[in-house]
Design a protein around this ligand. Structure first.
Ligand SMILES: C[S@@+](CC[C@H](N)C(=O)[O-])C[C@H]1O[C@@H](n2cnc3c(N)ncnc32)[C@H](O)[C@@H]1O
Length: 276
């Protein structure tokens, strides 16, 4: 990968570092979200799929068996470590119809052909130019093809309270509309739908879902937060100040503890669906 823009290289490094604990921190988060997206796209046996920003293969794990021996899934990610972990997952489940490799979702260079479906789960907001990326993906769909893109919905005030503890440490680019979801295309169903229409897709619609994310105890939240994109926020906090921030976050979250010491944070999801 020559001439990869700095922002993309940084994100590749971030996800390389996260990858071993990603979706592996004892909290059900990425698998159920991918499962929702797959259901919304209603896969059939024999179809060809392209999963953009596949991570450790949450979508592949949900859909590959349905696609079956006559179907196939290509998945790619900018993080080489994510791809290694996704390959391990595919081998463990004997998913012989899955092919995984490194490529850039902003401007993929290794894809040819047309697919029945494109999925991209929790990826678009990491890209430098989401509209241009969506335009770049459109030629990879058959004329009857469909696309589903998952982004986050409205923030649970409980998540928001905790996220706000990081705000003082974050540069503007991490507080901007795309990252925080407060404004811009990622702030509403309509914003995402317009982005898809502007990229040339038709029959755009939104399916939303609500995931109650259960943490067995307070320290699960801390481990989980380092295993997701929130790691980038922790890295902005000077090391000596992290214990104080952690204590503040845990004090906030302890207001929501159930009698067994667990607690739930709700995550709204937005699946934006469209046809070519
Ligand atoms: C939150 S994870 C989602 C992964 C997976 N889709 C899932 O649902 O578990 C975001 C993923 O997007 C990938 N990503 C970010 N920027 C990318 C880019 N420019 N090209 C390809 N993948 C990218 C990251 O490496 C990471 O694996």
């Amino acid at each position: 990968m020559s001439e990869t823009p700095e922002q993309i290289t940084k994100i590749a490094k971030l996800f390389d570092a996260i990858s071993d604990s990603y979706d592996n921190a004892g909290v059900d988060f990425f698998q159920p979200i991918a499962s929702d997206l797959v259901n919304a796209l209603n896969p059939s046996s024999g179809e060809s799929w392209l999963d953009i920003g596949c991570g450790r293969g949450a979508v592949a794990e949900n859909v590959a068996t349905i696609l079956g021996a006559n179907g196939s899934l290509l998945g790619f990610d900018i993080s080489a470590r994510m791809i290694e972990n996704a390959k391990t997952m595919a081998a463990r489940h004997n998913l012989t119809n899955v092919d995984l490799f490194v490529d850039d979702a902003q401007n993929p260079t290794k894809i040819s052909g047309e697919f029945d479906a494109i999925s991209s789960c929790l990826v678009l907001f990491f890209l430098p130019d989401p509209l241009a990326a969506l335009k770049n993906w459109r030629p990879f769909l058959k004329s009857t093809g469909r696309i589903g893109v998952t982004t986050f919905g409205e923030n649970d005030p409980r998540w928001r309270q905790v996220d706000q503890l990081f705000d003082a440490h974050l540069p503007t680019e991490m507080l901007d509309a795309r990252a925080s979801g407060i404004k811009g295309p990622f702030a509403s169903d309509q914003g995402m739908e317009s982005l898809m229409r502007d990229a040339g897709y038709g029959e755009v619609r939104t399916v939303t879902s609500l995931l109650p994310v259960k943490f067995q105890n307070i320290s699960k939240w801390y481990d989980f937060s380092w295993s997701t994109g929130q790691r980038a926020m922790w890295l902005r906090v000077p090391q000596e100040e992290r214990p104080v921030l952690r204590a503040k976050a845990e004090a906030l979250l302890s207001n929501y503890l159930e009698s067994d010491g667990s607690f739930i944070l709700n995550q709204e999801l937005r699946h934006t669906l469209a046809l070519k």
